[in-house]
Design a protein around this ligand. Structure first.
Ligand code: SF4
Length: 372
């Protein structure tokens, strides 16, 4: 469920998200009503294994609205605690009371956008909280009964050195959370940060530093007891994010809300991005879809191969054969031979996976799995 509102817009971000102040309380209420209506219209009877409230920053909405939407989904599919029900939040949008309401409503996984444990980095990223607020939010989350918490971190921030990043990683270990995601900063075109970089006011770290930061991440979080299970994701044993595993295994999912993406029965589609237009269309009983296309079997095969390679365990060759009736090794024989010879891919225990050397250049590998 996509909630497209944030406290303010971060200077590097081009997600479908908007400062909350741009939408009146009434507009936001209308938006929540539209999401509820779209959810109610889903004609799929099989119960989901995961529900994910993302954004944006879902917790910019009142917790009662979020609890109401979750309640509709729970009633619709009769969902219990065994379903992973996640909510994204930023540290300055939650307090003990809000977190307690969310936990009572049935959210059982919290994904907290921390980004850095250094105030200077947070300021460069345009985040509206400090490190102390992060600690307070996590403490409140534990007190509210969240036993499955993930934090997102970013490296490659302008002015950040490998030593600065080490500080954040070591601080992250002290948070004792179940899951840590570490993404390299993507400065999207036409954002204020991209413009500041163009003007020479900010500079991204040199390429060697990025590589060092990636390797440092793997080493420090590994030693701290986190399993590196996806290029950017680390988890305590048994705490992998079930929701994201669905994407990496190229399974089916339904997105609800403005700009939400869906993948179902070899079709992909996306809703209109603008929250107001989305709410108007849904209120008029019209489809909110703006972009829809069918996938060929070849496209589905390519996607399953390169998304699966994001997982450190790799692509399960037996599962691939059962799904498509073809051997992955035969379909991509040439690229696999070349990438294996370069030491970037390996095959073992019925899995095809990236090697340690292949991990930092994963995109080069993935490109070889896209056929024309
Ligand atoms: S909080 Fe997240 S979604 Fe919202 S503007 Fe910042 S980066 Fe984008």
């Amino acid at each position: 469920m996509h909630i497209p509102f944030c406290l303010r817009k971060c200077p590097y971000c081009d997600f479908n998200s908007y400062p909350r102040s741009r939408w009146s309380r009434e507009d936001r209420r209308r938006y929540v009503g539209a999401v509820a209506r779209e959810l109610g219209g889903i004609g799929v009877s099989c119960a989901p294994v995961s529900l994910y409230f993302g954004g944006g920053t879902p917790t910019t909405l009142p917790p009662q609205d979020l609890a109401w939407l979750l309640g509709l989904a729970k009633d619709k599919w009769n969902l219990g605690e065994e379903v992973e029900i996640s909510i994204e939040a930023n540290p300055d949008t939650v307090d003990g009371e809000v977190l307690q309401e969310l936990r009572n409503a049935g959210f059982n996984r919290l994904s907290l956008g921390v980004q850095s444990l250094r105030d200077r980095d947070l300021a460069i990223l345009g985040r509206s909280y400090d490190v102390q607020t992060v600690h307070r939010a996590l403490q409140d989350a534990r007190l509210a009964g969240f036993t499955n918490i993930g934090v997102d971190l970013i490296y490659g921030i302008p002015g950040q050195s490998p030593q600065d990043w080490r500080e954040t990683l070591e601080g992250a270990l002290e948070l004792e959370v179940e899951h840590i995601s570490c993404y390299s900063l993507q400065v999207e075109d036409h954002t204020p940060m991209a413009a500041a970089i163009m003007r020479g006011e900010l500079a991204l770290p040199p390429e060697d530093d990025w590589l060092e930061m990636f390797q440092m991440t793997v080493e420090i979080l590994g030693k701290g007891g986190y399993e590196h299970y996806e290029i950017a994701n680390f988890a305590r044993p048994g705490r992998q994010c079930r929701h994201n595993l669905l994407y990496w295994k190229n399974r089916w999912y339904l997105g609800v809300g403005a700009g939400a993406h869906s993948h179902w029965e070899r079709r992909r589609w996306a809703n209109v991005k603008d929250p107001g237009t989305y709410a108007d269309l849904v209120a008029a009983g019209m489809p909110a879809v703006e972009d829809e296309r069918s996938l060929t079997e070849g496209e589905e095969m390519d996607e399953t191969a390169f998304l699966g390679l994001r997982l450190l365990g790799g692509v399960d060759l037996g599962e691939y054969r059962r799904r498509f009736g073809r051997d992955l090794g035969a379909v991509y024989a040439d690229p696999i031979a070349q990438l294996t010879a370069r030491g970037l891919l390996e095959q073992a225990d019925g899995q095809l996976r990236l090697t340690t050397r292949g991990l930092p250049v994963a995109n080069v590998v993935f490109a070889q799995f896209i056929r024309d």
